[in-house]
Design a protein around this ligand. Sequence first.
Ligand SMILES: Cc1ncc(COP(=O)(O)O)c(C=O)c1O
Length: 510
Amino acid sequence: MPVVPAVIVKEGFAVNIPLDKHSQTPIYLQIRDYLSRLIQSGKMPALQKLPSIRALSTSIQVNKLTVIEAYSLLEADGLIHARQGSGYFVNPTATSNFTLRSTFAPSQEVIISQGGGAFFEQYTASIQARQQRDIVDFSSGFPPTSSSDNFQRVAKRAFTKAGDILFQEDFPQGQISLRQLIAQMLVQQGLEVLPDEIIITSGSQQALSLVMQYYLQKGNGDWVIVETPTYHGVLGILENLGAKVIGIPMTAGGMNLELLEQYLKSHRPKLIYTISTLHNPTGITTYIAHRQALLALAQQYECHILEDNAYEGLNFEPVPAPIKALDTDDLVTYISTFSKTLMPGLRVGYIVVKGEHYRHLVKQKLLNDLHVSTVSQTIVSEFLASGHYRRHLSRVRTSNLQGRNVMLQALERYFPDVVSWTIPKGGLFLWTHLPDYLPIQAICREALAQNVLVASGAAFFPGGGYPAMRLNFCHTPEDIEQGIEILGRLLKNYLTPSFLKYQGFPLASM
Ligand SMILES: Cc1ncc(COP(=O)(O)O)c(C=O)c1O
């Protein structure tokens, strides 16, 4: 096979990157794997500066986006980090992080469709499962239910302070006090906004609906870009609007930027929907260079971005500021929610949007349902103002991190080698990628018969895709251990030599 050796020469050190342009392995993965080996073997020592994106792309003759993708993955693997304005450096802890490296590298196929998906079925199945106490529900995208005295105390104090406000109608954009508190919270995440650039919505699901309706004309057949897989609740909205969906595949470092550029150029979509931090369903967080490149592409092709940060605040380690923080042209609309951190039943989410878009969306909000419940807004305000929210988040993150680690260990122990998974740096779930020959629906049915609820990952694709499962790790260590053991056994049952031979596949390692 033709191998093109490339040489990076940077301030006294030279590296050969043997790129095989005809290989099945994409170039960005070849670069990542090569540099990863250099770093882990110590040939690129701690704090060594990597070649700049421009220098490397010129010397090995690849697109700059390819290098950004490779560096994003190395960053996601914990091997390198970016320093503002100075470039990329090898992490001092690069070797010790090796065991947490994700092997998630799905095939990169673009999906063109009309939205749709099985959100309704999956959502209702998950709500039903919650009412059955003896089921381990790995399928849900929500935090565990817990009624705490703390909540009742905070709510009581909120009601006493609020007085008459609770009985009155409110502005469509929501209470000013809550918008001020959200603006303060966002500043700490690197996003500077004014209270008058925030609209409180009934969960972020309503935010998604309002924003999608604003940017995409119903029945116009507008093109929209989503990541694949993506949050299935969006696919139904797009189907209702009659939008045409371009599903750009996720790599372990975020949406595939080279494919994104191709489709921005060829289809001129109106909107890119991205979950940049703790992506649903993969749990992946993109890094600064990826965010900058995505925004630059949107600017170049005059396309709006809808950035959904529903899992905001659930990160186990620092995450970069949202894409919205880099936006100087009002191209990005940002949404988030308190459903994943506090309580989905409160139905409090919000939109951050500037300029002329703000007024239009406030008007739509009024027409939709006047305003969000004042009772819910008042409770969230009290959580934020009293500092309880910060303490609550810290407890939730600690417990979620424990759940994630227990699940990763259980996956290593019980799942067959042919399954790969992501290693999220926060959130509530991880994503497993199964080989095509495993009958995912049958496995879900068999798991349910043993009181383990998992859903096929098919719902997160607008059609097509690959067999996968999103697994919620917010459970007790015992439930995780038991549930993953059951799933692992079911998967292995299908990997017997006779099954694989019957399917016409080569024998897989078990
Ligand atoms: C990425 C994402 N966005 C939005 C939502 C909607 O959440 P809510 O309406 O409860 O705020 C969800 C819920 O699962 C989600 O995962």
